[in-house]
Ligand binder design. Sequence first.
Ligand SMILES: Nc1ncnc2c1ncn2[C@@H]1O[C@H](COP(=O)(O)OP(=O)(O)OP(=O)(O)O)[C@@H](O)[C@H]1O
Ligand SMILES: [Mg+2]
Length: 265
Amino acid sequence: MVKIIAVANNKGGVGKTTLSISLAAEAGIQKKRVLVVDTDPQQNAYMVLVGDTKPKNSVTLSDLVLQFFSKEKQKISSKLAITPANPSFVGVEVLVGDPNLQGIDLIAAHKINKFSLIKEILKPLRDSYDLIIIDTPPATDTLTLASLCACDGYIVPIDMSEMAQSGYLEIDSIVDQLKEGGNCKNIKFIGCVYSMFENRKAHATKLSMDLAKKNLFDRVMDLKISRSTHMNEALICHSHLQDERNHKISIEYQKLYKHTMGVIV
Ligand SMILES: Nc1ncnc2c1ncn2[C@@H]1O[C@H](COP(=O)(O)OP(=O)(O)OP(=O)(O)O)[C@@H](O)[C@H]1O
Ligand SMILES: [Mg+2]
């Protein structure tokens, strides 16, 4: 049965997209059928995975969202918004987002069913994939909340800053509210993960880790993803590091993937 993971933190630039892409790449290598859902109007996941800036699909995620809120009976298939990733991402496909997703909050404002939005859009796709990874925007907006409601488990990437840690606390309280409101039930917290860990600046690292211990208790995984220039280079080339199985950061992602799948089974 398909498993769905959301990657969320309302703090920008903490590594959500990179983590989503890297987990997808690893899942593909493990022969899983993977879909990455790009709910961010910036379309960063799409750009890296497909290697393009403008989707060629006639339908994109915002069309599916508008359809969800409309009363029209004729349904557009969610499959039309899917495109294969470039060949370096074996087994990975993308549900294409677009800049119009920025306006969704206004449309969704008074809609009571808005939290089931992503769940419904993914429903017809569930049988076609083993793993669906939802990359969310740097905001606690309708799309992020609906993504959390659609998932089996969520990961919160953090950098070394206090802002990223407070982003986790906000997501945590939102998930509690969604659960209380009956919008999501068995969603599992996979963990906060340092997505660009650096030991180089020893004092800053110690301060960040002390703060994380104080703010986040045991929520931060021991497992860390290191900051690596190789990672930046791979993304620029619309690729990943998972082919270099013995590279430090590749090993870290392999461990994160294993841990994640272990939590959401
Ligand atoms: N492990 C890493 N090593 C080096 N650079 C990294 C690593 N992870 C992410 N980055 C870089 O950090 C920057 C931000 O990463 P990313 O775009 O994944 O964050 P994000 O949380 O998705 O951002 P946004 O909130 O804008 O969507 C990017 O330039 C990315 O290449
Ligand atoms: Mg992103």
